[in-house]
Design a protein around this ligand. Structure first.
Ligand code: ZN
Length: 172
């Protein structure tokens, strides 16, 4: 089932989310809904607060090549346990900030630990687009958006555009 994606600015996108302490069918259904919502958008990552749920849960799939098998990842309580000194700059976007893109520099490689859909602990080293995406999504769980990395003027410009867009959508 598809869920509604919250648009910036929204107070729920600025909250620190709570760790998941108890895996339930409801949480698994939420994760599956988030994947469906992400693929439909289409996007490569989505965090629970973006659908209004303040739990530490993200989903992603950065496979982009035509004909390559999808790799949906569901991560409860994802944590970056190490990051490289090497940095990488990607032009980032966000499903909560549609049509706005900007360069963000982050560690090029990160080690991430999380709990999967079956309740098992996983760790993996992510690089390239996957590394950027997982850091972007984990930021969401701490109430941080990619525009928070930009200079204030650029951030304010994007927020003004989004406020206007939301007003137009509300009127439509
Ligand atoms: Zn985002």
């Amino acid at each position: 089932m598809k869920r509604n994606i919250l648009l910036h600015p929204d107070p729920r996108l600025k909250k620190v989310c709570a760790p998941v302490t108890n895996m339930t069918d409801e949480l698994r259904a939420l994760a599956d809904d988030m994947l469906a919502t992400m693929y439909d958008a289409p996007g490569i990552g989505l965090a629970a607060p973006q659908v209004g749920v303040l739990d530490r849960l993200i989903v992603m799939d950065c496979v982009k090549e035509e004909g390559e098998a999808p790799r949906p990842l569901i991560m409860f309580n994802p944590e970056i346990i190490a990051g490289s000194d090497d940095l990488n700059t990607y032009e980032e976007g966000c499903l909560s900030i549609p049509d706005q893109y900007a360069d963000v520099t982050r560690p090029a490689e990160v080690d991430v630990r999380w709990i999967d859909r079956d309740g098992n602990e996983q760790t993996e080293t992510f690089s390239k687009l996957w590394a950027t995406c997982v850091q972007h999504e984990i930021d969401h769980l701490d109430g941080k958006l990619f525009i928070d990395y930009l200079k204030p003027l650029k951030r304010q410009m994007i927020t003004r555009k989004m406020t206007k867009l939301k007003r137009e959508l509300a009127r439509a």
